[in-house]
Ligand binder design. Structure first.
Ligand code: NAD
Length: 483
């Protein structure tokens, strides 16, 4: 199997290679075989990408928003027309089952492009009457934004960042994760085909150093990172030194609270989606499932029965519901957490070891009787490992759910909607669900509080993060001066 792109980078409307850059080997996680060989960006590649973006942005930022929107809508059309080819590439890049990549990854990316194409022409400033004189505001693009991606949703992340950035008149230099470098290149190619001027969306490959070079370059006005909390802290600090805008979409250890009056089958289904979809490699996953004690055993038995039926296997097969982890490093890290949970006394309900479908599989795993102090309840695993904790009272579970440095997401299952709203109102999380989990339509803001990040992606809220306000005072009479 091969998925070798024409070159490592896509810069200023064309493929660009510089074999002096450190090699990056791309593996297909389904089998572990190498499917592409790329090179990290050298200083020359980065210079071409940033300088090209600066040059292209000047004209693009002055265009009428509807003209920019038209280009993005064309890209949406191309993405939807090529959905099968794009789903296949995403599966090769990530190892996620094709039944997921057909409905989740590029389709969500296309939604973002469509949404921001529609929204951009409606973005206006305001006029402020000042008794004769007046002021007005203009929402201007920031300039050149850097996008730095994680490996779990590589194409969706590229689209979620590129869509508001480009629709609102910015350029973007995007660095995908070195683990999954292929999808963003495809987006760059599609945007050019859709009529986007060269240089507005440049893709450069590389590891942390390349991301750091973007975060420190004075020509970059904003950095939008999707990644882990430790990386976020570094990138935020680097951006602060240059007074850059940031959006930080980082890790989590989100609570999913199941009250005794909940529809248990829905709660079990949501807990499974929020721990096993994409083999658990989703930032907003509800990895601490708090179940009210009176329904705990019923919840666990239904969960175990349904988990046993999950179809794991070849990610390219239509029937496969569960694939491998993205890399050997992630596979080993997840198994390490499983061993630690066993050693710390959590009760293994199902799974608990490597899968035999391929070298990078880990079984969907559930631990019960997890306590707040266990490593499994405190650290982000980023794999298919669910921790079930039990609780007695509403007050208790709110305090325990909030007892973490993270604050990405939270969910509540209950038939008592007053309670649902009351509990969500007290949870420290940026993205929440009541009687649902992990649904992230583009119309809804997505983001975090506390160590899990800041800024918001998607929705109108993203406009704040890809534009800045210029205020203009207009004098209408003679200047009244004491001098
Ligand atoms: P990571 O932090 O290791 O890497 C993220 C990106 O940052 C990569 O492109 C990497 O090359 C780059 N990078 C690393 N060091 C850098 C530096 N010093 N300066 C600039 N860039 C640097 O994360 P990962 O392992 O790729 O992804 C998994 C993490 O991402 C998890 O913690 C997960 O929760 C998080 N995530 C968050 C969201 C969200 O929207 N909140 C979505 C997906 C993933």
């Amino acid at each position: 199997m091969k998925a070798q792109p024409k070159a490592s980078h896509f810069v200023n409307g064309d493929w660009l290679e510089d074999t002096a850059g450190a090699p990056i080997e791309v593996i297909y996680p389904g089998t572990g075989e190498t499917i592409a060989r790329l090179h990290a960006a050298t200083p020359a590649v980065l210079e071409a990408a940033i300088a090209g973006a600066v040059a292209a942005q000047a004209e693009w930022g002055r265009r009428r928003p509807v003209e920019r929107a038209r280009v993005l809508m064309k890209a949406v059309e191309i993405i939807r027309a090529r959905s099968e080819e794009l789903a296949l590439l995403e599966t090769l890049d990530t190892g996620k089952p094709i039944q997921e990549t057909r409905v989740a990854d590029w389709p969500s990316g296309a939604d973002a492009l469509e949404y921001f194409a529609g929204l951009a022409p409606t973005v206006t400033g305001e006029t402020i009457p000042l008794g004769g004189d007046f002021a007005y505001t203009i929402r201007e693009p920031l300039g050149v934004c850097a996008g730095i991606g994680a490996w779990n949703y590589p194409s969706q992340i590229a689209c979620w960042k590129a869509a508001p950035a480009l629709a609102l008149g910015n350029a973007m230099v995007f660095k995908p994760s070195e683990v999954t470098p292929l999808g963003a290149l495809k987006l760059a190619e599609i945007l050019i085909e859709a009529g986007m001027p060269a240089g507005l969306f440049n893709v450069v490959q590389g590891r942390g150093e390349v991301g750091a070079a973007l975060a420190t370059d004075p020509r970059i006005a904003k950095v939008s990172l999707t990644g882990s909390v430790p990386t976020g802290a570094k990138v935020y600090a680097a951006a602060a030194a240059g007074m850059k805008h940031v959006t930080m979409e980082l890790g989590g250890k989100s609570p999913l609270i199941v009250f005794e009056d909940a529809d248990l089958d829905s709660a079990v289904g949501a807990a499974m989606l929020g721990n096993f979809y994409s083999s658990g490699q989703i930032c907003s996953n509800g990895t601490r499932v708090f179940v009210q004690r009176s329904v705990k055993e019923a919840f666990l038995s239904r969960l175990a029965a349904r988990t046993a039926k999950i179809v794991a296997g070849d990610p390219l097969a239509d029937e496969t519901q569960f694939g491998p982890l993205v890399s050997a490093a992630q596979h080993d890290k997840v198994l390490g957490y499983i061993e630690k949970a066993k050693a710390e006394g959590a009760r293994l309900v199902c799974g608990g070891s490597a899968g035999n479908e391929g070298p990078l599989f880990v079984q969907p795993t559930v631990f019960a009787d997890v306590t707040d102090t266990m490593t499994l309840a405190r650290e982000e695993v980023f794999g298919p490992v669910m921790a079930v904790l039990d609780f007695e009272t509403e007050e208790e579970v709110i305090a325990r759910a909030n007892g973490t440095e993270f604050g990405l997401a939270a969910g509540v299952f209950t038939a008592d909607l007053a309670r649902g709203h009351r509990v969500i109102g007290q949870l420290a999380a940026g993205t929440c669900w009541i009687n649902a989990y992990n649904l992230t339509p583009v119309e809804m803001p997505f983001g975090a509080v506390k160590a899990s990040g800041l800024g918001r992606e998607n929705s109108r809220a993203a406009v704040e993060h890809y534009t800045q306000v210029k205020a203009v005072y207009v004098g209408t009479g003679p200047v009244d001066s004491p001098y």
